[in-house]
Structures are given as C-alpha cells and as structure tokens.
Design a protein around this ligand. Sequence first.
Ligand SMILES: Nc1ncnc2c1ncn2[C@@H]1O[C@H](COP(=O)(O)OP(=O)(O)OP(=O)(O)O)[C@@H](O)[C@H]1O
Ligand SMILES: [Mg+2]
Length: 291
Amino acid sequence: MIETRPTPDIAAAPPADPPATPRPSLPVRATESGAASALPPRVALSARKFNLYYGTNQALRAVSLELPAHSVSAIIGPSGCGKSTLLRSFNRMNDLIPGVRTEGVVQVGDVNVFAPATDVVELRRRVGMVFQRPNPFPKSIFENVAFGLRLLGLRNRGEIEARVERSLLQAALWTEVRDRLERPALQLSGGQQQRLCIARCLAVEPDVVLMDEPASALDPTATARIEELILELKARYTIVVVTHNMQQAARVSDRTAFMLNGELIEIGETRALFTRPGKKLTEDYITGRFG
Ligand SMILES: Nc1ncnc2c1ncn2[C@@H]1O[C@H](COP(=O)(O)OP(=O)(O)OP(=O)(O)O)[C@@H](O)[C@H]1O
Ligand SMILES: [Mg+2]
C-alpha cells in the first residue's frame, strides 16, 4: 500500500492570501463564544452510494453515511476494510494515488468533494489530516507550525507568531515547547511530535480534522494525551478518527462506523453500537470473533 503524506496538500497551497478570500460557508465550526453545543447537530461530512476503485480493485462499496459537526466519529474494522480509503476521500488525498476512480457523492458541508470545480487546495486546508506516524518536517518546532501559514501567504511576523502559539496551545503542546521553539522538531518525543503535527494541521484553521490511527505508534501515556486532546478539540472541530483500538473508539467517539470489505456495515451512537450492535457482523467483530 502506498502511504500518502500530508506534505503535498499543504505544499500545494498557493502563495496567495486566502485568509482574506471569501469562501462558501461550511457549517462545521464552533462560534468564537464556544456555543457549538447550542447549535443543531448539522451534517459536516457525508457520503452517498460512494464507490472507490484502485484500478480494478474496489475498495469502497456503496458507502452512505452522515457525520455530524462538532463531534468525534470513529471508524473501526479489520485491516484492509477501507477505513483509510474512506478517510482520505473526504479531502481527496486519494487523488495522489494513480488509477483511483470514484462513483457517487462525498460532501464536506455543502461542498461536493469530487465535483470538477472543487478547489482541492482549499478543500485540503479545510479538511486537515493527521497520520499514524508523526511526520514533522526537518525544521524547527516554530517553522513546522508556521509552514502552512507561510504557504497561505502570511508574512506578518507578529501574526504568524500569534497563530503558532494559538495552534500549539490548542494542541496541548505550548507549555512544553514555549522555551524551545527554535529547536529541531525531530528532537521531540513521539507523542510531542504527534501533537506538533496536530498543531501544524490546526494552524491553517481547518473545519474538519481527519486522524488515521493517530495514537497507534505511541506509548500509553502519549496515547492518553492524544485522546484527551481529541475530546477538547471537538468543541471547535469536526473530528473523524480511524482506530484499531475499540476501547479507544469507545472512549473518544460519539459515533462509530464499522466497516468490512469496503462496506459500511453499521453506524450509530458509540455506546449503542458497542452494547447493542444492530448487525451480527458488528457483534462478531466487537466481541473479537474475527479481525
Ligand atoms: N495506494 C493504494 N493502491 C492500491 N490499493 C490500495 C491502496 N491503498 C489501499 N489499497 C487497497 O484498498 C483496500 C482498503 O485499504 P485501506 O488502506 O483503506 O484499508 P484500512 O482499513 O485502512 O486498513 P489498515 O487497518 O490495515 O490500515 C485494500 O484492499 C488495500 O489493499
Ligand atoms: Mg488504514
């Protein structure tokens, strides 16, 4: 399997000035007053009869689902069932893989993701991604977080510093790195590197954060910090997390989707899915009978 990296989407951002550019509204961000919970649970991400093929291999089969804004959705299922493929479909990271073909509809807010007119650079800014292995750039801590901002055309040092600080605060890393911002990011621990990657993702002010097994390369303490962070971030962001760890899905998510062989078998409120699964296949999976 080819592993896609976040560099191309960030690196593909034009050196223009998008912060001032008007864009269609995506109903997926909390208000500054933090009134997210007062808002109705609007749909942030959806798919309708979505098929995806890698050449002749069909990886997603008629997937239909709706994920509400300001919530954490978990995707679970055995290896190869299409979790990462579905996640990457929300910001068209699969475009980077040759031979990919899609049918059906995927939407982020009211944006039709695969419509030819969709601005993919803007889509990827608004739908950020965090990967299994932390992948900081070989630059300073500061420059890792400032990277996307510079590509978006920000030049004002004060503004960049303020947004770097805010992103590091949101990623629960600021107090650990505030005195060492010029040090190489690669000197951080694995858990700190992953929070740095989350800060880098948040710096460009996305609406949605996709996380593909974000804690599976980390020790239990670092994993717990990432899980706490996910719960904090959902007030401002819509989060989708792929995990192999069912306890983790149960701890962090509001909704869980179970996939098998490219199909979405069941999706529902997390507690209900784990305690009263509606399908025999789900029950077999969560009770460890296969996978
Ligand atoms: N870059 C790729 N090129 C060709 N086929 C791919 C590619 N990525 C995934 N696939 C295929 O698509 C199917 C779904 O893979 P995917 O990576 O989405 O599964 P997954 O559920 O994320 O698995 P895992 O839990 O192991 O990460 C598999 O059959 C896989 O071989
Ligand atoms: Mg995967």
